[in-house]
Design a protein around this ligand. Structure first.
Ligand SMILES: *[C@@H]1O[C@H](CO)[C@@H](O)[C@H](O)[C@H]1NC(C)=O
Length: 492
C-alpha cells in the first residue's frame, strides 16, 4: 500500500475544467494522486484532512501585486513589504504572487532592477513568487536585455501609457512590443490616456475642486477606453500578445471583446475594486473617500460593475487580480494623508497616492458573492494567471505528478456564519481595507503551500513562516502567442 504525507478526503475538487467528489494525496511538495471519493479511505498517510464537503481548489495566483516600491506615482510609497504583503496573501488563500520589479526612467538597465527586487524578496516571502519587469525606460540597453530576462525566468513585463514617471510614448511602446515578440514575452499595459487626465486635472483645479471624489472626474472613462483601443491597435500592428491590466469601463471591455472575436491575442484583467466599488465610495465625508482612490477609479454606478461581472463570466477577462497597491490611510509621510497640508486641508485628489490593498480579500470576496460559476472562479483567479504567465501546470492546477500541492480548502457551502469584514481580520501592514463592512460568506479554512499547511483558520491561523516562499522561474505563456510564426516584417 502506498503511503503519503498528507491526504485530503471528502472534498469537492474544483479546477478550471472539472468539479468532482474526490480525494487528494500529497507526497513531499507534489500532488501525487487525485482519486474519486473513497478510493483513498484506507491509504496510509502521516496526516489527514477532512474537507467535510468543502471545495478543494488550487491555491490562488495573484498576478498584479505592488510591494515595497519606491514612490513612482508621486508622493507616498507602498505600505507592505515582501514579508507583510505575502503574509497577507497566504492568509487569504493566495499561494503564488507575481509582483513588479520597477525600473525608473533615470535607469538604463533592467538587470540591476531585477537583482535589486530579488534582494527585497529573498527569504522574506510566505508564498512562491515571481516578478514582472516594469519598464520605465526602454533604452537600447534595456531592450537588449529582454533575452537575458527570459533566461532568468521572467516572461512578462509591464508598461504605462500614463503617469509622468513611467509613461511611454507610442513609438517606445512599439519598441517594447517588437522585442517582446522576439523573446516570447507577454506585455502588460496600463491603458489610460495621460494627457486627458492632465487636462481634466487642470480643469478641476481652475474650478477649485480638490476633494477625493474628483479623482474619478480626473480619470474619465473615455481616457481608458481610448487608450485601450490604442493599445489593441499597437498590438495588432506588431502581432504581439498583450494583457490590458485592471480594466474598469464597459466600453473598454467591449473593444477587448471585439478584438478577441477577431482572433487577436488580446488578454484582459479586472480587479475586485471594479466589481464591488463605485464612484460613491470616493464621495464620502471629509477625506474618507481617499481610501478608495486607485487608477483607474471605481466607476459611475452598479451597472458598470454588472458589466465587469458579465465580462468575467463570458471570458472577456482572462484573469482577476488584486492590484494590491497599499498605502496607509492615517499616515502623513507616506500614506493617503501625505496629500493634506495647509493649502489643501481636505487633501488634493491629484496628490493622493493611487492604490488600495486587496491581496488577502480577493478570493473570499469574489467566491462568497456566488456570481461566478465555480470552474470560472478557479479559472480567473488561479488557472489562467498561471497559464498566461508561464507557471502552469506547476501552479493553478491539481495535476498528478506535475502540480505543486498548493491547495485551498474552503468551508462547506453554508457552513460559515455570514460576517462583516473588518481590517483587524487581515494580515497586511495597512490600517484599512476598502472592503471593510462587507458581508462575507467564505474564507479559506486551510491553505497548503507545496504540501505544508500554512494556514489553518481554526487552529492557529497563520502557520507558515517567512522564507517558505521560493522564486519560481517562468517559461513562455501557455495562452498568449502571436498569430503568425517567424519574424515580424515591416509592412511596406
Ligand atoms: C461579454 O462581456 C463583455 C464585457 O462586459 C460585453 O461587451 C459583451 O457584450 C458580453 N457578451 C458577449 C456575448 O460577448
Amino acid at each position: 500500500m502506498a503511503t503519503y504525507d498528507l491526504i485530503i478526503l471528502n472534498g469537492v475538487v474544483v479546477t478550471d475544467t472539472e468539479i468532482s467528489e474526490a480525494d487528494i494525496a500529497i507526497r513531499g511538495e507534489k500532488i501525487v494522486k487525485v482519486a474519486s471519493r473513497g478510493r483513498l479511505q484506507d491509504a496510509k498517510a502521516e496526516k489527514t484532512i477532512d474537507a467535510m464537503g468543502g471545495y478543494v481548489m488550487p491555491g490562488g495566483v495573484d498576478a498584479h501585486v505592488h510591494l515595497q516600491e519606491p514612490p513612482l506615482f508621486g508622493k507616498g510609497s507602498t505600505a507592505d513589504n515582501y514579508e507583510t504583503g505575502s503574509r497577507s496573501a497566504v492568509c487569504g488563500g493566495t499561494t503564488t504572487m507575481v509582483t513588479f520589479a520597477p525600473q525608473k526612467k533615470s535607469e538604463d538597465t533592467l538587470l540591476d532592477t531585477l537583482q535589486a527586487t530579488h534582494e527585497k524578496a529573498k527569504d522574506n516571502c510566505y508564498i512562491d513568487y515571481s516578478f514582472h519587469l516594469l519598464v520605465g525606460n526602454p533604452s537600447e540597453r534595456a531592450l537588449s536585455e529582454f533575452k537575458t530576462l527570459r533566461e532568468e525566468g521572467i516572461s512578462s513585463l509591464k508598461i504605462y501609457m500614463t503617469y509622468a514617471a513611467l509613461k511611454l510614448h507610442d513609438g517606445q511602446i512599439l519598441d517594447v512590443l517588437l522585442e517582446a515578440r522576439k523573446q516570447k514575452i507577454t506585455t502588460m499595459i496600463h491603458a489610460e490616456n495621460g494627457e486627458v487626465i492632465d487636462w481634466m486635472t487642470e480643469q478641476l483645479e481652475k474650478r477649485k475642486l480638490f476633494a477625493p471624489k474628483y479623482h474619478a472626474s480626473s480619470h474619465p472613462p473615455m481616457a481608458e477606453t481610448e487608450a485601450t483601443y490604442r493599445a489593441i491597435s499597437l498590438s495588432e500592428f506588431m502581432d504581439t500578445p498583450i494583457l490590458i491590466v485592471h480594466v474598469s469601463t464597459p466600453a473598454a471591455a467591449t473593444h477587448i471583446k471585439q478584438a478577441q472575436d477577431r482572433g487577436l491575442p488580446i488578454y484582459a484583467e479586472t480587479c475586485p475594486q471594479y466589481l464591488f466599488l463605485t464612484k460613491k465610495d470616493l464621495d464620502q465625508p471629509g477625506f474618507e473617500g481617499a481610501k478608495c482612490v486607485c487608477s483607474p477609479p471605481p466607476r459611475e454606478s452598479e451597472s458598470d460593475c454588472d458589466h465587469i461581472w458579465e465580462g468575467l463570466a463570458n471570458g472577456t477577462f482572462t484573469i482577476l487580480s488584486s492590484d494590491h497597491c497599499p498605502f496607509r490611510f492615517d499616515d502623513s509621510d507616506m500614506g493617503k494623508k501625505s496629500s493634506i497640508n495647509d493649502e489643501f486641508p481636505l487633501g488634493h485628489f491629484k496628490y493622493i497616492p493611487n492604490g488600495c490593498p486587496g491581496i488577502e480579500t480577493r478570493l473570499a470576496l469574489t467566491l462568497g458573492e456566488d456570481r461566478l460559476e465555480l470552474k470560472k472562479f478557479v479559472e480567473v483567479t488561479s488557472a489562467n494567471p498561471a497559464k498566461l504567465y508561464g507557471l502552469w501546470p506547476r501552479k493553478g492546477a491539481l495535476v498528478e505528478g506535475e502540480s505543486d500541492a498548493d491547495i485551498n480548502i474552503w468551508y462547506p457551502p453554508g457552513k460559515m456564519q455570514p460576517y462583516e469584514l473588518t481590517n483587524e481580520m487581515l494580515h497586511h501592514d495597512v490600517d484599512y481595507s476598502p472592503f471593510e463592512g462587507r458581508k462575507m460568506k467564505q474564507w479559506p479554512r486551510y491553505t497548503l503551500l507545496r504540501g505544508q499547511v500554512v494556514w489553518d483558520k481554526e487552529n492557529g491561523g497563520l502557520l507558515g513562516k517567512k522564507g517558505n516562499g521560493q522564486f519560481i522561474k517562468r517559461g513562455a505563456s501557455e495562452l498568449a502567442k502571436p498569430r503568425m510564426d517567424g519574424e515580424w516584417e515591416l509592412p511596406l
